[in-house]
Design a protein around this ligand. Structure first.
Ligand code: FES
Length: 131
């Protein structure tokens, strides 16, 4: 049965229409940029990590579809306050689940979010000289 919100959950629509933490962090501790070559969407994630390894702030800039924007918004909310090691445990399934599910064709959008965390933390560790 068709309804006004189409294939997307309420949560996806909320985060797409009112994304949380959109923007840049100018003095970011780590930045991760990932893209999906097939759809051309790009997600950039900025992390501010304190001396205890806790993610104090996270922001994103995503040039992509609604599900990618909703995934970015959700992931910034999920990782704030976590340690980097905890953040690395956030998977695309966790993100998709928190969004109330994604249509099969949009699962790769949540994969971008997971890859963006990994890339941003890798950047942070490289800058800090952490193995
Ligand atoms: Fe590619 Fe959503 S369609 S990230």
């Amino acid at each position: 049965m068709a309804d006004a919100q189409g294939p997307y959950s309420q949560k996806v629509m909320e985060h797409f229409l009112n994304p949380k933490n959109m923007g840049e962090i100018t003095d970011a501790s780590g930045i991760g940029e990932v893209g999906n070559p097939s759809c051309g969407d790009v997600m950039r994630l900025y992390l501010k990590i304190n001396d205890d390894g806790i993610i104090e702030d996270a922001k994103f800039m995503t040039f992509g579809c609604g599900a990618a924007i909703a995934s970015s918004s959700m992931v910034t909310e999920m990782i704030k306050g976590k340690t980097v090691e905890e953040a690395l445990k956030v998977t695309n399934e966790t993100v998709a689940e928190a969004l109330g599910g994604l249509p099969p064709a949009k699962i790769h959008c949540s994969v971008l979010a997971q890859q963006a965390i990994e890339a941003a933390i890798k950047d942070y560790k490289e800058k800090k000289g952490i193995k």
